[in-house]
Design a protein around this ligand. Sequence first.
Ligand code: F6R
Length: 618
Amino acid sequence: MCGIVGYVGERPCRDLLIAGLEKLEYRGYDSAGVSLLDGGRIESVRAVGNLANLRSAIEAAAGNGAVAVADATATIGLAHTRWATHGRVTEENAHPHGDCSDEVHIVLNGIVENHAELRRELQAEGHVFSSETDAEIVAHLIEKHYAGDLAAAVRGSFADLRGHYAFVAMHARHPQLLVGARQECPLIIGVGEGENFLASAIPAFLRETRRVMQVENGDIVVISPDGVEITDAAGTPLQRQVEEVTWDEDAAERGGFPTFMTKEIHEQPDAVAETIADRLSDDEHVNLEELEIPPERVAELRRVVIVACGTSYHAGLIGRYAIEHWARLPVEMDIASEFRYRDPVIGPDDLVIGITQSGETADTLAAMRLARDRGAHVIALTNVMGSQATRDADSVLFTRAGLEIGVAATKTFTSQVAAMYLLGLWLAQGRERLPRERIVELIAEMKALPHQIEATLANVEDQVRAVARSHYQGRFFLYLGRHIGLPVCLEGALKMKEISYIPSDAYAAGEMKHGPIALLDESTPVVCVATDSPILEKMLSNVAEVRARGADVIAIATDGNEAVRETADQTIFIPSTDWILQPMLAVLPLQLLAYDTARLLGLNVDQPRNLAKTVTVE
Ligand code: F6R
């Protein structure tokens, strides 16, 4: 979730670019940089940490004779905030990146999946790299394809790249051109008078212009002070409308959404895509080299123990199905605040996974430390670079959801689930518990998830809002599921109570007859997760029992499952995928239901009462 700002025009742009980056800070970043082109040369300044560090680095560079930077006369430039994915958080890895001759500079968001292969090819052709990033490849590719026409060089490079990304390039010999390309990551043109912007989000230039043009997947965009040209990847000109943005600055920060929570719900396709991208890039293997766990250790493992709190715990519960079913390793799951106090039996044969989006939850950290003290190998699964969990673990697996501002976890949850699937497949691969064809099949299904998430959100939104309108004044919501549907229910009920304050409970549907069925009457909405699974039939019997008590059953079902439609009062369909992967889609209507209910009640969904985003006390 990095940030891009590019400017070309008549005004000196150094400070404009930094002001643009300030508006993208909310996305989270760990380093930043700016490149300015003046007098036929590009000068670049980069710094680890926040924008204050970048400003100090700019002052220092100016003192060292960096002319464009010091005089701030350049009228073309690129700037970037980086959230590290490939390569550590260092100045060398911060963007912009240059080619061998320092004539091409680029900034990139997203991930180049075939970076390793391209790097090898470029190195064999004599290109010398100065960073560990996938992004730098793009600068060298442009250098390779350049024959006097920057747009043509970008088109040539675009054809070589696989992945999901957006980038913007400039060339020392073209002092009035920026060229951008988009493949699945946002890129937007800000259209000004005698100047134009290219950025990853509108807030970056909203103070300067409200006229925008959307860049679509596969578009190559050329901006100059007095024009915008868009072509497809083959160079055929395309027409795009200029739209007027009416948001105020607050709304702009929320990407035009009314709340951060809904913005983050809609960022899930991206967050999941970034989390899985390069780790599944070769279509046949899961690559989690970053864990640095030797194959012998994987082969010798006897057990996996997962510790987490709240929503992260629910992600762990889903991961348990994946690890047990795919890797045939027993998995023990515990709430971190319980685990740490029960003198658990744990040792060197165990792999412990601590899931914590913030990386700072005190109970999870304590549970991880205890496991490490007893000799287990501990993996931190977290969204935050440099967080305490990354320092307390033997290995780290990052989700790449970007900063989550809404207190209720949404995009970090689905990213955690995606990461747990990666771990499950990786363990199965390392322990040779799944045939190669099955791994290939599952990788293909996982790669389809970002698109399916997007489609699900678009398809179910209206239907879920209608359900919320019918029940938002209710006294109680019950969620029922079995098997892999149960953790989805636990998460749905947590979201509902957390942001709407309506008492909500989630139960294993088979347990209803042992007591909770007494809760039901005609006023109770019962949300049943009845997606395809090995025990769907049993779930349907439970749904029928509930309906017989007069409760209003809202079922979440897999596309085409008429049996569920016939059993429930209302059915919300989600796309079909492997049953283990279904929670990723089934949770979406439940997030929306909690959200819509809370909004109808007029509540502040981004900051619910009594809750903080990070729980650092025990
Ligand atoms: C619920 C929620 C919390 C967190 C929990 C753990 O929406 O966000 O339940 O999941 O506090 O937080 P992390 O993952 O940061 O350890």
